[in-house]
Design a protein around this ligand. Structure first.
Ligand code: 13P
Ligand code: SF4
Length: 305
């Protein structure tokens, strides 16, 4: 029997990776075939650490654009490729540097925490970045009674619930996570009464209130390994369940099927192969913006060591 398309593409990716001196960094929401070829699979924070540490010539980033940009900020001398240049994050587009500057003018002296789901130009206007894995610690570690948190109002409200500071929120949200409604969690609990419920920090407050744990995607990976629970309801982008199930075959994971991020699904094996073949699509950041944005990301990495 001949080889399948997946096998053939995987072989050419392996060959091209070797020729180009490339490393494949893959986010936890990517499609299974792409997860399976990862050199490193992780959440936003883990992937930015990997980007900062790698000595590969080329980074192929399988995720969305702000993640590839963050990799470029931390590894400016490397070539960073994203296999589909249109794989964006609609939440990251809900804030821009001009609107943020106007907002800052209304709250003089208040530090800005930019969720890593922002463009480099927005990061350049911030004091420090955070991801869902370290947002609470980053906010609580700032020397100020007030902070501006952009753009995710839901993650921001989760931080507010765990901080004595006043968290000034921006009106941004993740279109995928807001699809998860309290009734989805209730129905899943009724169908699987023994299960524990974990949800992402981007879920709205009424959904978080029904969960046992609020976690980043990397936090979900660690929780799934450690918990004694045998059944887990996973309130985040539905691609997450593939990795959890693969790494924990003795447990059962239930996803909320409605939560799909179309942008995360744009990366395919064929596009990864083409990306390496044609060295496309290269991530490039304006020098001045990069200088300032890098500071915000590096301050985050230093603060969350
Ligand atoms: P993580 O940092 O938890 O991987 O989340 C990234 C993201 O885009 C969630 O929607
Ligand atoms: Fe952006 Fe939401 Fe997709 Fe994450 S799941 S990349 S926050 S749109």
């Amino acid at each position: 029997m001949g080889k399948s398309e997946t096998e053939l593409l995987t072989e050419s990716i392996e060959r091209l990776k070797h020729e180009r001196g490339a490393v494949l960094l893959v986010h936890n929401y990517q499609i299974p075939e792409v997860q399976d070829i990862a050199d490193f699979l992780g959440d936003s924070l883990e992937l930015s650490r990997m980007a900062a540490e790698t000595d590969a010539e080329v980074i192929v980033f399988c995720g969305v654009h702000f993640m590839a940009e963050t990799a470029k900020l931390l590894s400016p001398e490397r070539t960073v490729l994203i296999p589909d240049a249109s794989a964006g994050c609609p939440m990251a587009d809900m804030v821009d540097p001009v609107s943020l500057r106007e907002f800052k003018a209304k709250h003089p002296g208040v530090p800005v925490v930019a969720y890593v789901n922002t463009s480099a130009a927005t990061k350049a206007e911030a004091d420090i970045c955070c991801t869902s894995a370290n947002a609470i610690d980053i906010v609580n570690g700032l020397d100020s009674d007030e902070v501006i948190f952009v753009p995710d109002c839901h993650l921001g409200s989760h931080v507010q619930e765990r901080s004595d500071k006043r968290v000034i929120l921006w009106e941004g949200w993740c279109p995928t996570h807001v699809k998860i409604l309290p009734e989805h969690i209730q129905q899943a609990r009724e169908a699987h009464p023994e299960a524990v419920v974990i949800v992402h920090g981007e879920c709205p407050a009424p959904v978080r209130a029904l969960a046992d744990e609020v976690l980043s995607t990397g936090g979900m990976v660690r929780f799934a390994k450690q918990t004694s629970a045998k059944e887990i309801i996973v309130g985040t982008e539905s691609g997450m369940v593939y990795r959890l199930q693969k790494e924990n075959p003795d447990k059962v994971f239930h996803s909320i099927h409605i939560a799909v991020c179309p942008n995360m699904k744009k990366i395919t094996l064929r596009k990864v192969a083409e990306s390496l073949e044609k060295m496309q699509f290269e991530v490039d950041i304006d020098h001045d913006i990069a200088q300032r944005a890098r500071g915000s990301v590096e301050r985050m990495l230093q603060a969350s060591r």
